[in-house]
Ligand binder design. Structure first.
Ligand code: 5GP
Ligand code: ZN
Length: 119
């Protein structure tokens, strides 16, 4: 069921503490942790604790939690001192766009120049 933990989901396991992660921030509804394969000096993933396959599904089912993810992404940028220099919040959606974990997550990327358009 949407929102319930999925036994085969890596990020649900991180939420449950069953898979270790370097957690940098947590709220009632979200967890933020460092990406295991960072693509920039700051590369943090912000996820809802509830399981939804992608950002659109999250926003449709629990818009308040989608807002929490966005707010936390901004707080991470401040915490990581990239708010001033600029940062990017990315939701890869669908395998064609590079989504590999089907539990909604925002990538917060910063600390280097970020090209536009992205690849
Ligand atoms: P996606 O490709 O779905 O947009 O993003 C998934 C992200 O999760 C990737 O950037 C990948 O490096 C990261 N990732 C995959 N497995 C793990 C893990 O076990 N721990 C952490 N911290 N990040 C992971
Ligand atoms: Zn999940």
């Amino acid at each position: 069921m949407a929102g319930e933990p999925q036994s085969d989901c890596l990020f649900c396991k991180i939420v449950a503490g069953e898979v270790p992660a370097t957690i940098v921030r947590e709220s009632e509804t979200t967890v933020a942790f460092r990406d295991i394969n960072p693509q920039a000096p700051t590369h943090v993933l912000v996820i809802p604790k509830a399981h939804h396959a992608d950002a659109a599904a999250l926003a449709a089912a629990e818009p308040g939690i989608a807002a929490d993810v966005l707010r936390e992404a901004g707080e991470i940028a401040a915490q990581e001192n990239v708010r001033g220099s600029g940062y990017r919040v990315v939701f890869n959606t669908g395998s064609g766009a590079g989504q590999t974990v089907f539990h909604a997550h925002a990538h917060v990327l910063g600390g280097r120049g970020l090209e536009w358009p992205p690849g």
